[in-house]
Design a protein around this ligand. Structure first.
Ligand SMILES: *Cc1c(COP(=O)(O)O)cnc(C)c1O
Length: 362
């Protein structure tokens, strides 16, 4: 028996289940399981990455000044209070590592993003989950779930995998009501899909207990490059920068992200295309008796009669080369999360669900 033991909490972490990418023996497979942008990254991001590729023997900038400047410019934020990470997952980890430990509680909702639990446990803290109200973040439940040990409160707004969001007023009420000494984290992974939404930036300016995390993995189509960022009060960002490795974002990631954030026209186009096919698919599914909440993101949470039907539909979609996401692990066993693909992908999904509902089986 080994005496080499990990820190308490680590072995309670269930390994993260990513979206599948392949179906055995199938070609022409469409991956709609990880909320990736079907249009890919901006051409400018690809070019920027190619331009720096020959420089990969050089370490990247450790202060990310150029990227933070670009983010500040485009979003109207103070670049001094932006921190960049290897995906927003890394910012979530920095927050847990910096502000929680054994005996502390990290609060989130029952259908909340999986990384909140993983990062809380990795830091030795106790994850605490509260109910949602019909797949919508419930501010009252979060406030009731707070204790004097609560250090971090995570909400994704809009949320994954529900696709729903709560109003600015509700978010402000949450920030106002959490205990002193607790920090509210607004995960804005899908913020760019909501036209005109600041993801909570104004609230951050008005308070000292709110931060946001953002990502280049979703609308910017750079999930493979691993770049995200955070924004908050200077004292909080200072803390996070102390635990951040000096070279945590790669040369190519920095270049691609900077070019992407400046290509606002491309973001606009992706948002418009997504909204168009999102309503088309939601309506097509609704006509087949598959309901979904109004989504503010690049996916739909399709609800089936029961778990058996959801799983059978998933298997049938696989035979049609369509990979979607089961969300039983998010306490939604009767639903499937379907990323909004391009027109062809959306039409294929609608056809396959129609055939499934008509009796076709895997
Ligand atoms: C996809 C996603 C992220 C992004 O993670 P990255 O590490 O930036 O790729 C963060 N939060 C939520 C809720 C997400 O769905």
């Amino acid at each position: 028996m080994t005496k080499i033991e990990p820190q308490p909490g680590i072995m309670d972490i269930a390994l993260y289940q990513g979206g599948a990418a392949h179906v055995a023996g199938m070609t022409n497979v469409v991956k709609l399981s990880s909320n990736e942008n079907p249009l890919g990254p901006s051409q400018r991001a690809v070019e920027a990455m190619q331009d720096v590729a020959a420089n990969m023997h050089r370490y990247p900038s450790s202060d990310h000044a150029a990227l933070r400047q670009a983010i500040g410019e485009v979003h109207g934020l103070d670049p001094e209070r932006v921190i960049c990470g290897a995906g927003s997952d890394e910012i979530i980890a920095f927050l847990c590592q910096s502000f929680t430990g054994p005996g502390d509680e990290v609060l989130f909702t029952e259908h909340g993003f999986g990384m909140y639990r993983i990062s809380a446990l990795a830091a030795g803290a106790t994850p605490v989950e509260v109910k949602e109200r019909e797949r919508v973040t419930d501010v009252d439940a979060l406030l009731a779930g707070c204790s004097d040990r609560t250090r971090l409160v995570f909400i994704a707004n809009p949320n994954n995998p529900t696709g729903t969001m709560i109003s600015e007023t509700e978010v402000a009420r949450l920030a106002e009501g959490i205990p002193e000494g607790a920090l509210l984290v607004l995960d804005g992974a899908y913020a760019e899909y909501v036209e005109g939404f600041d993801a909570g930036a104004a609230l951050i300016e008005a308070r000292d207990n709110v931060v946001m995390t953002r990502t280049f993995s979703k609308i910017y189509g750079l999930g493979g490059a691993r770049v995200g960022w955070g924004y908050g009060p200077k004292p909080i960002i200072d803390v996070l920068n102390r635990v951040r490795g000096p070279f945590n974002v790669s040369v190519t990631g920095l270049a691609a992200a900077e070019a992407s954030v400046l290509d606002t026209e491309y973001v606009e186009r992706c948002r418009t295309e997504n909204a168009k096919w999102r309503s088309w698919l939601a309506e097509a599914l609704a006509e087949l008796g598959v309901a979904s909440d109004v989504s503010c993101t690049n996916f739909i949470l399709a609800r089936f009669g029961d778990q058996a039907e959801a799983e059978a539909c998933d298997l049938y979609l696989q035979t049609q080369g369509l990979i979607v996401r089961r969300v039983a692990g998010y306490k939604l066993p009767t639903a499937l999360r379907i990323t909004i693909g391009d027109e062809d992908a959306c039409r294929r999904v609608a056809t396959a669900v129609r055939d499934f509902k008509g009796g076709a089986r895997a």
